[in-house]
Design a protein around this ligand. Structure first.
Ligand code: UD1
Length: 333
């Protein structure tokens, strides 16, 4: 059965749910496959939620063939870098092996388009702290390697079959739906903005700065923080691109400029109305000093114009969501 259905794996998660909402607003017919290990039923505002794993070939094949799926957008993955170091096979199992199974199902059914959530972690520590898509790929943690291996499988499958893909390499995703309906509720989060907002609302006593002696303007790590709504929109544009006969490609998703840890913590403090309780610590293993996207290609290839490229907007939307979670926390129970 051919059609224009879209399978969104991990669509109950943070980035997947924001993307699913934009796709639904654009009139797309969605099927959300999520095992709810870190996602939430409440984040699925549109489409049919199918609870299951991307590695379950019988389930995935059935969903693809019965619903006229022409496009798969694959978010489902483990994403905690330190955990990938302590438990690498969990990451290779879910992020790499399950992706292989998913791709095989796509091949069997003849899915046309595949949009893949990759990461700036594939670059490791690029020269000068700026990565273009052609920069050396040398991940420094299993999370990055698990994603790079999936990129390679996808590229090879596209070369061998009629499947076309867009690989989106995310830099540091932050912020939440400005309307406050969905947001990041991932338990045990390690991402800076999320941790800072948890500290702001009193879920944590303090936020720790991992390293103050980097060769950066204020000594703390610099990252390219991209608002989740802009990142979600890059997926919508990637879909238009593929359906409009665009060729397979890989694109960095960032704003092309960085902010330091201190700048982000100051922004969350401003949004909160009081500065955060900050404790300076030693560097965290494996952190590059600076990681910023060269974004020339995404602007050339996609008709993508960021709307939320502002640190205070990122901090405000993230904090508003954290406050909302205090009174009405999401739960799958
Ligand atoms: C990493 C990955 C990125 C991945 C993301 C999600 C790399 C190079 N990047 O981003 O691809 O998408 O994880 O898991 O592997 N920091 C603190 N205190 C904290 C938390 C973080 O100071 O409590 C600092 C870090 O040292 C870093 C910056 O904040 O300088 C951002 O860290 P984080 O939010 O954890 O993301 P990355 O490690 O950059």
């Amino acid at each position: 059965m051919s059609g224009h259905g879209i399978l969104v794996t991990g669509g109950a998660g943070y980035i997947g749910s924001h993307t699913a909402r934009q796709l639904a607003d654009a009139g797309e017919k969605l099927f959300i496959l999520d095992n709810l290990s870190t996602g939430f039923k409440q984040s699925v505002l549109n489409g049919e939620l199918i609870i299951g794993n991307t590695g379950d070939k019988a389930l995935v094949s059935r969903v693809l063939s019965e619903n006229g799926i022409d496009t798969v957008i694959h978010f489902a993955a483990h994403t905690v870098v330190p955990e990938s170091v302590s438990n690498p096979l969990k990451y290779y199992g879910n992020n790499t092996c399950c992706t292989r199974n998913l791709l095989e199902c796509c091949q069997d059914v003849g899915v046309k388009n595949f949009i893949f959530s990759s990461t700036a972690a594939v670059y490791g520590t690029p020269d000068g702290g700026i990565a273009s898509e052609e920069s050396t790929k040398q991940p420094i943690n299993p999370y990055g390697t698990s994603k790079l291996m999936s990129e390679m499988m996808l590229r090879d499958l596209s070369a061998a079959t009629s499947l076309k893909h867009v690989i989106l390499r995310y830099f540091n995703v932050a912020g939440c739906d400005p309307k406050g309906e969905i947001g990041q509720s991932t338990p045990n989060a390690t991402l800076l903005t999320k941790v800072a907002c948890e500290a702001a609302v009193g879920k944590r006593d303090a936020v720790y700065i991992f390293g103050t002696n980097y060769e950066t303007p204020d000594g703390t790590g610099v990252r390219d923080y991209i608002h989740v709504e802009d990142l979600a929109n890059a997926h919508v544009k990637a879909l238009d691109y593929l359906r409009g006969d665009g060729e397979s490609t890989t694109l960095n998703c960032g704003y092309g400029h960085g902010y330091s840890v201190r700048e982000m913590l100051d922004a969350v403090g401003r949004a909160n109305g009081t500065p955060l309780n900050i404790i300076e610590q030693a560097r965290r293993a494996g952190d590059p000093a600076s990681l910023v996207a060269n974004t020339q290609r995404i602007h050339e290839v996609l008709d993508w114009t960021p709307q939320y490229d502002d640190l205070d907007t990122i901090a405000k939307t993230a904090l508003a969501w954290e406050r909302k979670q205090l009174t009405a926390p999401w739960s799958n129970e």
